[in-house]
Design a protein around this ligand. Structure first.
Ligand SMILES: Cc1cc2nc3c(=O)[nH]c(=O)nc-3n(C[C@H](O)[C@H](O)[C@H](O)COP(=O)(O)OP(=O)(O)OC[C@H]3O[C@@H](n4cnc5c(N)ncnc54)[C@H](O)[C@@H]3O)c2cc1C
Length: 450
């Protein structure tokens, strides 16, 4: 009988290697979890992915799909099975018409955006770092500065080509294979591997201006944006806020276009304004800044967690974080706190595992990321950072927050049922149909508590 690696090599075009020769793939961005796969496959096309899933299914061994590997808690790792690295060297896409693009999940967002911009189009919602894969962020949800206006990345998806755990492929949309569609987006790859997605695009605007504001603390930041909730004024084109190195700042962005009279006006808060600057291609500008920050800590462990709240929960959680960062024993490990505002769309409630599937009706969701980093050799720091995560998770849940599933969190069965209720049971029923041996993407909370 052929060995696993031989059997995989027989059916794929991409590079295949022994997991022991590729230790890089035993860790993810968080560097907390270590899981060595038997075989690593760099998939280049749908047939590669299908073959890997078929082999895993026939041999009853685990198989995980990894995009950029930017999760924080081992979600994209595979212990002793097949790791499919689904990340292309170049954008793989097809423009369907002026408004829609069909893109391979292997494409990095930065690659796609560059191609779209060359054709006068843009994707509505960018993450602040563009080396993430399309499949990876659609599997968690995808939020960015423009979520204030456009919602999440998953709200921009018209349909998907999904490869089921047995290796068969099908299209899914709200009308066709609707349950697979709903549980694939923001679903951590539990019911299949996203191969391609058909996405909505918007006109490209190269130039924008950003207005930067300073706030006393996080509670003051929350207070300064109460008006958004009331929907009394027009909105800017984009928004984010961050606490870093002791400073809390918010950024309001306006595109240079002919709609400025309809939008939020920067004179709204002259007392807090720190400055204004023009920026070309904000997504790439922001990506470059993220890249620099990440280079400052190449071997750190990163315990990143984000939670979504309604406004009341957001205010309560930020007030709690103000107390946490005042604690000098903890604050050195809290690298950043990151806030985005996400508009509720018609489709926000469609995806049951999405952090935006909050039960309360609210015009916006508020995401708060608490990003702890600690040197790999600092064992005391590691337990402090874990303690911060445990405390923030407890508080977030007390404020009815929902976890953003790429992050660092611990969910037991009780927590999953409390968070997802019947949707969780539906997921398990779907899994029983499409992946009865629970082989696909097994390194998640959904498997551990089965
Ligand atoms: C520096 C940095 C900046 C970030 N900024 C943002 C941000 O601005 N906004 C935001 O929303 N998020 C942000 N994130 C979080 C990010 O969206 C998630 O970590 C995302 O999952 C990363 O994509 P990836 O390609 O690295 O996915 P991976 O970590 O490789 O995979 C994530 C999960 O999806 C599964 N998966 C991957 N590809 C597929 C597929 N094709 N089909 C099915 N399942 C799949 C994996 O098995 C895993 O469970 C950031 C993360 C980092 C590290």
């Amino acid at each position: 009988m052929k060995s696993l690696i031989e059997q995989i090599r027989d059916g794929v075009q991409g590079e295949v290697c022994d997991g022991r020769a590729a230790p890089f793939y035993a860790r993810d961005f968080g560097r907390q979890v270590y899981a060595l796969p038997q075989v690593v496959v760099k998939a280049t096309c749908e047939a590669d992915v299908r073959h890997c899933l078929q082999v895993a299914n026939a041999r009853r061994i685990p198989v995980t799909v990894r995009g950029g590997g930017h999760s924080s808690n081992g979600q994209s790792l595979c212990e002793n099975g097949i790791l499919i690295v689904n990340l292309a060297e170049q954008a793989q896409y097809k423009r369907l018409d002026d408004y829609r693009v069909e893109v391979s999940a292997r494409t990095r967002w930065g690659q796609l955006e560059k191609e779209l911009n060359d054709h006068g189009r843009a994707f509505p919602v960018h993450t602040d770092y563009l080396n993430l894969s399309v499949g990876g962020t659609l599997s968690v949800g995808g939020i960015g500065v423009r979520s204030l206006v456009h919602g999440m990345q998953i709200d921009q998806v018209e349909k998907l080509r999904l490869i089921l755990p047995d290796g068969s492929a099908r299209w899914c949309s709200p009308e066709e294979n609707a349950d697979l569609f709903r549980f694939s987006l923001a679903g951590l790859g539990q019911v299949g591997v996203i191969e391609t997605a058909v996405l909505r695009t918007i006109p490209y605007r190269k130039q924008s201006r950003i207005y930067i504001y300073g706030h006393r603390n996080l509670a003051a930041l929350a207070e300064s944006i109460v008006w958004m909730q009331a929907m009394k004024r027009p909105l800017p084109d984009f928004f984010q806020a961050v606490r870093m190195r002791g400073q809390v700042t918010s950024v309001f962005g306006l595109d240079d276009d002919d709609k400025s009279h309809e939008k939020w006006h920067p004179e709204a808060y002259p007392e807090f304004q720190l400055g204004m600057r023009p920026v070309a291609d904000f997504p790439f500008w922001s990506h470059a800044i993220q890249g620099q920050w990440l280079q400052e800590q190449p071997t750190h462990m990163r315990l990143w967690s984000d939670y979504f709240f309604d406004f009341e929960g957001f205010v309560g959680f930020l007030a709690y974080l103000d107390t946490l960062v005042r604690d000098r024993s903890l604050s050195p490990y809290i690298w950043a706190i990151y806030v985005l505002v996400i508009r509720t769309t018609e489709t926000s409630g469609r995806f049951p595992l999405s952090p935006a599937a909050l039960p309360a009706a609210t015009p916006f969701f508020y995401s708060v990321g608490v990003y702890c980093t600690v040197s790999e050799t600092d064992l005391e720091g590691k337990s402090m950072a874990q303690d911060i995560c445990a405390r923030t998770q407890e508080k977030a849940f007390a404020f009815h927050g929902r976890p953003y599933l790429h992050g660092f969190y611990q969910l037991n069965r009780e927590a999953l049922l409390a968070l997802y209720g019947r949707a969780y049971e539906t997921l398990l029923a779907l899994k029983d149909q499409v992946d009865p041996c629970y082989l696909l993407n097994a390194n998640t909370s959904f498997h551990k508590i089965r």
